[in-house]
Design a protein around this ligand. Sequence first.
Ligand code: NAP
Length: 429
Amino acid sequence: MAKTIQAALLGAGTVGGGVYRLLERRKGEMPDKIGAELVISKVLVRDATKPRAGIPAEKLTERFEDILNDPDISIVIELMGGIDPAKQYIEAALAAGKHVVTANKDLLAEHGFALARTAAERGLDLRFEASVAGGIPILTPLMTCLEGNDITEVMGIVNGTTNFILTGMANEGMDFADALKMAQELGYAEADPTADVEGLDAARKVAILASLAFHSKVTFSDVPVEGITKIRAKDISYAKEMGYVIKLIGIARNTDGEIEVGVSPMMLPKAHPLASVNGSFNAVFVHGDALDDAMFQGRGAGELPTASAVLGDLIAVCRDMLANCSGRIRMNPYKGLPLQARGNAAHRFFLRLKVEDRPGILASVAGVLGNNGVGISQVIQKQRTEEVAEIVVITDRVATRHMEDALAIFRSMSVIRSISSVLRVYSGQ
Ligand SMILES: NC(=O)c1ccc[n+]([C@@H]2O[C@H](COP(=O)([O-])OP(=O)(O)OC[C@H]3O[C@@H](n4cnc5c(N)ncnc54)[C@H](OP(=O)(O)O)[C@@H]3O)[C@@H](O)[C@H]2O)c1
């Protein structure tokens, strides 16, 4: 008789329910895959009276203690989300000697290293593949297959809602509000879309990616964030005209031993592999000194894609338990690299300005940029009405602080009616 490993789920929502059902599909293979039977014996929910498709009612509980105090449960799978009480439950599970699998990006982006240290001190596994880009394997590759590299850049489309909206805007010529409405009607955006469209969800994932790629502590609050709410159909059409695609990009770079992180809309050259990742798909692009470039692409959310990552983690935990090598892979901030000062991050910029339509204005704009050390790479001037023209500029690569100095001067110039858009343009490292 094969040994049986028992696990418990905290949460039976989209992902928790998916994990339960996926394990049901695979359970007959577990003795061959891991050398033991694997069963989910208890499931914590807020409301145990609510029926849960495929999960027997007798496994449901509303009391975490039923799981914590059950000595036969050796793995806790946290799929509730949020910081509290998920953090307390995970800490309690680790203190009780139970391994943990979670998909909780909110928690990992704030307390990942502390939890990882606790798990390592107790020789336990803490795995969290599903917390970034759902079903796409990216965190385990960073912690295992890519460990031979010095990773210098990790950037990605790590939020499906915003990618769906931006793809709709690019393909249908829609403005942001209409594309958001369509995404909500089709179930790709929540009724309150703030965390997605303001870039907060992506920023949590960037903090986790940067922490793992650079072996340094980066938390959610370290990541400057700009969402997609200010992108207009006009920006998308200028981008097209100039050979670019606009995507919400999370970026993490190690430049000369300093870490740059950020989430913002970015113009990518059409030939960049991320430029053709459309709809609700996610992708993460990695550059390592030995690997060169690689891209990981797929479904970044949803019941079964996310359950795929969670079940993969669960199987890995079982294998470690049976081989007596738990706790061997962990988040380790041994490099301790500092964050780069925000103004020093170098990018190219796209500017869209509404200006008075008089001779000499383009020269004044170029003069302000030049005086602040900002070179011009491309420029388009279009007349909109009798008095107002639109100037669109793509700059050379420049430190953000120089661009900000130039923008401050533009704001004070009466001939410049408005600064309609300022976007980063991808330019490598
Ligand atoms: N959805 C995705 O596609 C996706 C993708 C990647 C990562 N994730 C992450 O996966 C986690 C779960 O997401 P989800 O979409 O599955 O959430 P969800 O559908 O809202 O499910 C949450 C579940 O947790 C239970 N729960 C919440 N708070 C609880 C508490 N205090 N005590 C007991 N049970 C509690 C809920 O119980 P009731 O059902 O009784 O309310 C529900 O079953 C989150 O960390 C999320 O960020 C989700």
